[in-house]
Write a protein that binds this ligand. Structure first.
Ligand SMILES: Nc1ncnc2c1ncn2[C@@H]1O[C@H](COP(=O)(O)OP(=O)(O)OP(=O)(O)O)[C@@H](O)[C@H]1O
Length: 253
């Protein structure tokens, strides 16, 4: 299958710190890729570059053949990239449904705020329908009218993923979806992400420290350390790669 995402020689420096150094990465259409690495490896910086929150000093980013390297950040969603954040970034005062609706408005400039102000009732109905279908799928329908700020942490992680999916992305970036979850919640989240991937065929990159979670979910894993890619391949091989084990991330069985 053709590569949907092609990253070449990506380099990001913050002063003297090289957060990413010459990282190459190709992700096939429909792939579910895991990215692991110790603290400070550059995982979030990679997502920040892909969503244009930060600009690389060197390198290129192409999605579906289009060069996104200098794309303004506000156009990223229009190109079909959506993400979640390590620390959830919901609007605490809006309801769960409204939060998911904010994710659904990428195609139509009538958009969420016009809808919220009652200027686009057809658009508002469409956004509600998209949000409600996702809330059903995520088992969150009973929370739809509750303020997002009052939800238990595990549910806020689900709402974030639902919101990111609401835009119908081609590429979904999940930044540490399992962090902060109770151990019992982690396998269920891995199952849900795997099901969504199969159902929707969306290309997913998931960054996670939780090795068992990544192994349960991803056939291919990339490992970053100190901004460099130190492994890239089938999960079974990467988990036993000496460099990955030396970075205290491998699993020897
Ligand atoms: N805005 C910034 N200003 C200065 N340094 C930064 C900035 N963002 C990241 N860094 C540095 O870049 C390096 C990579 O950070 P990044 O957050 O991408 O790593 P990470 O792999 O996501 O780590 P973690 O697993 O702890 O979230 C680190 O040394 C970090 O301190």
């Amino acid at each position: 299958m053709a590569a949907l995402l092609e990253v070449g020689g990506l380099t990001v420096r913050f002063g003297g710190v090289a957060a990413l150094s010459g990282v190459d990465l190709a992700v096939r259409e429909g792939e579910l890729l895991g990215v692991i690495g110790p603290n400070g490896a550059g995982k979030s910086t990679l997502f920040d570059c892909l969503t244009r929150r930060c600009g690389p000093q060197e390198g290129s980013i192409r999605l579906g053949g289009e060069d996104l390297t200098r794309l303004p950040a506000h156009l990223v969603a229009d190109r079909g990239i959506a993400r979640t954040f390590q620390n959830t970034a919901l609007f605490p005062g809006l309801s769960v449904r409204e939060n998911v609706m904010t994710g659904a408005h990428r195609h139509g400039r009538a958009g969420f705020w016009a809808a919220a102000l009652g200027r686009a009732s057809g658009e508002e109905r469409r956004l509600r329908a998209v949000a409600d279908a996702l809330l059903d799928r995520f088992g969150l329908a009973e929370h739809a009218d509750h303020p997002a700020g009052g939800l238990p942490y595990g549910l806020t992680k689900l709402v974030e993923i639902a919101r990111a999916l609401a835009s119908g992305p081609r590429l979904l970036l999940l930044d540490e979806p399992a962090s902060g979850l109770a151990p019992g919640e982690v396998p269920a989240l891995a199952d849900l992400i795997g099901q969504l991937h199969r159902e929707r065929g969306v290309t997913i990159i998931v960054v996670e420290h939780h090795m068992e979670f990544v192994l349960a979910l991803c056939r291919r894993i990339v490992c970053l350390e100190l901004g460099r890619k130190i492994a890239d391949g089938p999960a079974g091989a990467v988990r036993q790669d000496p460099a990955v084990i030396a970075a205290r991330l491998g699993v020897v069985r």
